[in-house]
Design a protein around this ligand. Structure first.
Ligand SMILES: Nc1ncnc2c1ncn2[C@@H]1O[C@H](COP(=O)(O)OP(=O)(O)O)[C@@H](O)[C@H]1O
Ligand SMILES: [Mg+2]
Length: 265
């Protein structure tokens, strides 16, 4: 008698809970380096052999394509108008070894998409995420529902802050609103543009104290990224930092964040 193969019941990667491998990059305040960090995080994950998709979810100020010097054939605009499905809008970025869904729209701003449509887009993204190891979602700034709709069900939210008091209070507001809506969300803090690692840790501790005191929550530190002139230089040249200056301090800091994320810590 020939043995019949027994179907395995072990969950395959494609069967994991939808959206759990989505890393949403958020902030209260704009200009804290979310887009730059999202790109560099994606690139570092790709260099660690992960299949990664970078999704530009900043619908008002989409600029992933600009920072990467991409002229994408497809973008979210065509998805929203129903001309493309979400997976058709993904373009490969061979220099970085990852895929990108650009947010820019030739057909006008995407900032006014109704909330219900955004939620559907978020569901589609969670589905598409099953084809990747990780999805990095660059969100718009702010705490509004429209900003957060796309990250609905994201496995991890990385909240980016700098040492500016307004950036810290806005990061706190983002954490508060997210935890009220989805208690138990895995939120981690990234301190960007820190003068030193130590200084960054001090800033994190300030935020942590507020979260512990008022929210009874202790979001862990994902990492500190030092202020580095090479970042501006890379953006000005529309080339990724890890290609242009792989040995820079900021590159090392993002790689350390990836090591920690992949190490499951
Ligand atoms: N680690 C860093 N060191 C130095 N400059 C940085 C760093 N991170 C970001 N920047 C600067 O901040 C600016 C805003 O970054 P961006 O990614 O567009 O922010 P956001 O998406 O949060 O609005 C960049 O143009 C860059 O010059
Ligand atoms: Mg941005």
């Amino acid at each position: 008698m020939t043995a019949t193969p027994v179907p395995t019941l072990a969950p395959r990667p494609t069967q994991r809970a939808k959206g759990r491998n989505v890393l949403a990059v958020a902030s209260g305040k704009g200009g804290v380096g979310k887009t730059w960090f999202s790109i560099t995080l994606t690139h570092a994950l790709a260099r660690a052999n992960q299949r990664v998709l970078l999704f530009d979810g900043d619908l008002g100020l989409a600029n992933v394509d600009i920072q990467l010097g991409l002229m994408p054939k497809y973008d979210l605009g065509s998805v929203v108008t129903g001309r493309l499905t979400l997976n058709q809008a993904a373009v490969n970025y061979p220099e970085g070894g990852f895929d990108v869904i650009a947010g820019r729209s030739g057909s006008g701003s995407l900032a006014n998409i109704p909330l219900s449509r955004l939620q559907l887009l978020g569901d589609d993204l969670n589905l598409l995420a099953c084809a990747y190891d990780r999805v990095v979602l660059d969100l718009g700034a702010g705490v509004e529902k429209t900003v957060r709709a796309l990250s609905n069900n994201a496995g991890t939210i990385l909240v980016v802050t700098t040492d500016e008091p307004t950036s810290l209070t806005d990061a706190y507001a983002f954490i508060k609103v997210t935890l009220m809506e989805r208690p138990g969300t895995d939120i981690r803090v990234v301190v960007n543009m820190a003068n030193s690692t130590r200084e960054g840790e001090r800033i994190y501790n300030t935020l942590l104290k507020a979260c512990e005191g008022f929210l009874k929550s202790s979001p862990p530190l994902a990492g500190v990224i030092r202020r580095d002139l090479k970042v501006r230089e890379a953006i000005r040249n529309q080339s990724p930092l890890l290609t242009r200056s792989p040995n820079s301090e900021a590159a090392a800091d993002v790689e350390a964040i990836v090591d920690k994320l992949l190490g499951g810590r």
